[in-house]
Design a binder for this molecule. Structure first.
Ligand SMILES: Nc1ncnc2c1ncn2[C@@H]1O[C@H](COP(=O)(O)OP(=O)(O)OP(=O)(O)O)[C@@H](O)[C@H]1O
Ligand SMILES: [Mg+2]
Length: 255
């Protein structure tokens, strides 16, 4: 089981960012702004948002519908660019990256889990976990062996040849989680990963997700509407009217 938890090769070296080198954030954002234009109207979804996320932390991202959780996750996942502000991943200022660099960084350092699994329907569970590794340069043998280990860890050994449409919702989401961590990213971003599951399946998937975060030392940001799950993570950050607040039990403070 240990083999997937050994640190993998990453093409980027850590670069200095913080004045606190002993506790350098995996992810840091500074004064990030995102404005959408709808006709004449401007929606200031993220208004000077700053935050640090550290290795091994599971952070819940909460906020009302439309508050900008997905928008923020897309910016953190280098799928979208802020209008203004900086995004640092492992000390690299990604706001300056061109598309090729962003893609390379995303592939090796970031795993994404969506509310709807978004697995490739024509491929088996195993293949869905192998493919991103092949794209990232792993050999077929290496990718297959790692995919099997991760799927086994998530209790899916008996489902590896199944295609997504012959698996339950919880199984599909667990395959999506396996796919997201297949390249040993340092950051896992999940957008309501249990939002589409019944409560008991959601609980099981959540427990497995937390187990993986604990075992791998990943930093994870998990958007959720479920405050009960949010309160079981290490920290809760809340988006409200464009601002980001950090909750240390029951006491909101602005970041
Ligand atoms: N591409 C876009 N163009 C214009 N407005 C957008 C776009 N994407 C999002 N928005 C607006 O930005 C705001 C934030 O949306 P976002 O999807 O980030 O919210 P959310 O917190 O993820 O909501 P939910 O909990 O419903 O998933 C909303 O008002 C939304 O309508
Ligand atoms: Mg959303």
């Amino acid at each position: 089981m240990n083999e997937i938890y050994q640190p993998g090769h990453h093409p980027y070296q850590d670069a200095p960012l913080s004045q606190q080198p002993q506790r350098r954030p995996i992810l840091a954002i500074r004064e990030v702004n995102r404005i959408y234009h709808q006709g004449e109207r401007e929606i200031h979804v993220l208004n000077n948002v700053s935050a640090d996320i550290f290795k091994g932390e599971a952070v819940a991202l909460v906020g009302p519908s439309g508050s900008g959780k997905s928008t923020l996750l897309h910016i953190l996942g280098l799928l979208d660019k802020p209008d203004d502000g900086k995004v640092y991943l492992k000390g690299h200022e990604c706001s300056d990256f061109d598309d090729k660099q962003r893609t390379a960084m995303r592939r090796s350092e970031i795993g994404f889990v969506y509310q709807f699994h978004q697995l490739l329907p024509e491929f088996s569970a195993l293949e869905n976990v192998i493919i991103p590794q092949l794209i990232n340069g792993s050999s077929n043998k290496e990718a297959t062996s790692r995919a099997k280990v991760i799927l086994e860890f998530l209790g899916l050994s008996h489902r590896i040849t199944h295609r997504p449409n012959s698996m339950s919702g919880g199984e599909q989401q667990r395959v999506a989680i396996a796919r997201a961590i297949a390249n040993e990213p340092s950051l896992l971003l999940a957008d309501e990963p249990t939002g589409n599951l019944d409560p008991s399946t959601a609980e099981r998937v959540f427990q497995q997700l937390m187990g993986l975060i604990r075992q791998t030392g990943l930093a994870a940001i998990i958007a959720t509407h479920n405050m009960e799950l949010a309160n079981r993570m290490d920290r809760v950050i809340q988006l409200q009217e464009g601002k980001l607040y950090t909750f240390t039990p029951q006491q909101p403070q602005q970041d």
